[in-house]
Structure formats: C-alpha cells, structure tokens
Design a protein around this ligand. Sequence first.
Ligand code: F3S
Length: 284
Amino acid sequence: MKIIRAEHIGFCFGVLEAVNICDSLEKVNNRKYILGMLVHNAHVMATMKEKGFEVITEEELLKEKDDLAKGDIVVIRAHGTSKKVYEKLKNRKVKIYDATCVFVSKIRKEIEFATEEGYSILFVGDRNHPEVRGIISFANDIQIFSDIEEAKKIIIDKEKKYLLSTQTTLNKKKFEEIKEYFKNSYRNINIFDKICGATAVRQRAVEKLAKKVDRMVVIGDRKSSNTKKLYEISYKINEKTILIEDEFGLDLAFFREAETVGIAAGASTPEVIIKNIENKIRGI
Ligand code: F3S
C-alpha cells in the first residue's frame, strides 16, 4: 500500500510560533499559564501541561475566578483573545506573551483602525469561534454572517462606509463569492482580505490528493475549524475519507483493498501524531 502525504500538512506558521513561545518558557520558574487552548489540538495541550503550563480560561479571568498573581506568565493562544481580556491581564500585572498569529492580529488591527475611522464592519465567520470572538470585540458596529445567503439579507446603508473582512480560516471560494456580491452591488464597501495562506494551501493540497487515492485520512482535533474543513473538502471528492485525532482512533479495516492512502493534517496537528498514524497503517 502506498501512502501519499498532501503537499502541505501539519503545523502552520502561527501554530509553530505559538508552540515555540511556550517551549522557550519551559525552564522559566514563574508560574505559567496558557489562555484557553494554545492551539486546537489536545495532544499539543497535553505536552504543554507536561512542560509546566496550566490553562486559564477567559471566563475565569473575566469573572475573577482565577488565582493569577503579579509576575505570573500568561501566554495568549494563537487565535488571540478579546479586548476585555487584554485589559484584565494588563491590570493584573502578569507577564503577557502574545502568541496571537500574525494573520489574526492583522485583521484585528485593521478592524480596530476602521472602527476608529467610523466604518461599520461586515464580518464573515463563525461567531462562536474563539478567533472571531476575539476579533469582533475590537469593533463597535459589526454584522457577522457565515455565507452568501446571509450576506444577501444584510441591509446596506448607502450613506455609511463599510469594511468587509473575514475569519482567517474561511474557505477562499466562499469568500470570493461574497466579495464579488458586495463589489458588484455597492460602492461603499472596502475589502480586507486576509484569509490565511496556510489554510488555503492545505485545502488545495487535499483537493488534489483526494482525487487520486483510494482512501483519505485527515488527521487533527475534531474541535479544530481548519481540520474540519479539510475533512469536508476531502469527503466531497472522495467519500472514503476519515477524520481521526490519533493512531488510537484508527480502524485498519478501513484500508482493506486500498492501494493508495492519502494523508492530510490540520494546521495544529503535530508531526509526531502524523508519523504514528502512518506507522500504524504500514503495520509498524
Ligand atoms: Fe495563523 Fe493561519 Fe495558522 S491564521 S494560526 S498561520 S492557520
């Protein structure tokens, strides 16, 4: 059986940066916390706990149910956080290490700037996603929607100025369609297109690979938005696709009679997990 990896697989730039920030703090003796999930992968979080990090949630911090003290270290996860949480952390005089991915912070800064300039924000994304909850907290006047149907229902005031932006991990084709609609229908909408390249290249690589293999294995955390999207794309092309989190979730019966197996992995999936799964498929 031949195993073929997607051209782009596993840790993206932002996740790698966030993991590196935590690794660089491993030997520091201060109490260490990560705000929420550093990245959407339970295996990465388990490794961080072994390195001495504890997790603190935004809710605990906002309700002051945490035991943070001056000088403690708090690493802000790759998806970023909300304005209120930043303010709280500053007031608590903890040492902040901001691991927010550069793509997320670019969108956040653009929205903050546009808000100060009087723009109303149109935002495409999942309002329950931590990245989106963080970004939208920097806007005063914002409408959030998730697809072209919802976009068409939005009432645009021709007297106002708008900024259209998006969650970093949104499907590029979906955003193109929404962009075209707004561009062709209105003249008072500026567009800030910062869909993360890492997501798009992983999506294209899956599209390519799923067409030519007998089975597809998408590896990543079920809570990870970009992993779920890779799975959806692959499943549409090749119904013999599974989504698994680690080698323990792998049923070898799935590979019966397969000659080729494609492997894809979400941007927060560690290389060691991918290797373990490949080894299990090979029977090692
Ligand atoms: Fe950043 Fe893109 Fe990764 S937004 S965290 S480089 S998927």
